[in-house]
Design a protein around this ligand. Structure first.
Ligand SMILES: [Zn+2]
Length: 395
């Protein structure tokens, strides 16, 4: 591995970090999120994680992202239109609020829910939280998205989510940067930095949490949607032979030659070992607000990913959802100690399992159609009207 020039900040504060499976599973059209197209990878399987962050000095707690609200059929029309265009499958089994309660975390003890960005698969249902729990958003959020629906019929946001609770729009107007990204020291003790990571959405932010002295977890939200957008890299190229440590499916030989994957790499076998498979989509169906800005942001992310003291996790990485010990699996599970436990290596190459095999999808579709509050709907029209065709399609 070549060295990266990324400099991590010293600091006294640390956090306890827990990862939560939000209960939502998405199937997205690849062309809305990635380019170029690779035959057999027309759909992306996107589980969805968020994070509970607790300051170990003060006991203060925040959520970073909040999944999809379980009653997502009641989202504003503009949000349902994004769903229709990008996401032909979505199943939501519970709210993040539900998993907190089940894990004996009182939702009222949270200070803030930090949204990486405005999309419905990250904002959850704030109305389920008591009014002392505020919402933190990135720069220019209000001007772009508020007021919410129905005051503004075209807004993707829900007006009542904001009523009666603190609201904080971040200002990155400081000289602090980390790894080339503007940074805000959230609690002032170096335990949690919010990072300006624009491109996917106006005001998109990520978080960098100090889990021990100089070890960090980079919570990327939707800085990009698939690890193949920032892996492999010149710092961590695909090894000639992938071993058991890569956690490939049993479909693959072990060890498995890098050419198994680079043979479908858009840049060819040689460059394909050192460059990511994809870029953020700039096509007509892209749901990236500024694809070239997102690409620049991803170049910074590659530096973080290369650093041995940082574990990068994006919200929709299937390997993160499959591999890490979520709060759902055990209320006391935490990510602290990730380096000693080998979590970074365990997640790093898992995305290769999603790539096509012989031109066919590597993994089956995670979900199809829309499951909302236990009912299956064929399409977004059905969601809107409450008309389920499920029984018809069974006949
Ligand atoms: Zn998302």
């Amino acid at each position: 591995m070549s060295a990266t020039v990324l400099e991590l900040p010293p600091g006294n504060g640390t956090v306890r970090l827990q990862v939560i499976d939000t209960g939502s599973k998405l199937l997205c059209k690849a062309e809305t999120l990635l380019e170029p197209g690779i035959p057999g990878h027309e759909y992306l399987n996107l589980p969805n994680v968020c994070w509970l962050v607790e300051n170990l000095n003060t006991g203060k707690k925040v959520l970073f992202d909040c999944g999809v609200r379980k009653n997502f059929k009641d989202l504003p029309p503009a949000a349902l239109e994004v769903l229709r265009v990008s996401t032909p499958g979505l199943h939501v089994d519970f709210d993040v609020h539900d998993i907190l309660v089940k894990s004996k975390v009182d939702p009222g003890t949270l200070d803030w829910i930090i949204w990486s960005h405005h999309h419905w698969d990250h904002t959850g249902d704030p109305t389920r939280f008591p009014p002392n729990v505020g919402i933190v958003v990135g720069p220019e959020f209000s001007a772009t998205h508020l007021p919410g629906y129905p005051s503004n019929p075209k807004s993707e946001m829900v007006e009542k989510d904001f009523v009666g609770r603190p609201f904080w729009e971040l200002d990155f107007d400081t000289n602090r940067t980390i790894g080339g990204l503007r940074a805000y020291d959230f609690w002032g003790d170096g335990s949690l930095y919010l990072l300006d990571t624009p491109g996917h959405s106006v005001g998109h932010i990520s978080a960098l949490a100090r889990t021990s002295d100089m070890n960090f977890v980079f919570m990327g939200g939707d800085i990009c949607h698939f690890p193949g957008v920032f892996r492999p890299s010149p710092y961590i190229p695909l090894p000639n032979q992938m071993t058991k440590a890569a956690r490939l499916d049993t479909y693959f030989a072990c060890p498995c030659a890098a050419s198994t994957f680079t043979s479908i790499h858009p840049k060819g076998e040689e460059a394909g070992r050192r460059e990511p498979f994809y870029k953020p989509s700039s096509g007509p169906l892209s749901i990236y607000q500024d694809p070239s800005l997102a690409y620049s942001t991803v170049q910074r992310l590659i530096e973080f990913d290369a650093h041995p003291d940082v574990m990068v996790c994006i919200a929709h990485d299937p390997a993160v959802a499959e591999t890490l010990p979520t709060m759902n699996k055990g209320p006391a599970n935490e990510i602290n100690g990730w380096k000693e436990k080998g979590y970074k290596e365990a997640c790093h190459w898992g995305f290769l399992n999603q790539l096509p095999r012989a031109g066919k999808p590597g993994r089956p579709k995670l979900v199809e159609k829309y499951k909302c509050e236990g009912t299956l709907y064929d399409d977004v029209e059905g969601l809107k009207t409450g008309h389920s065709n499920h029984f018809k399609s069974l006949l």
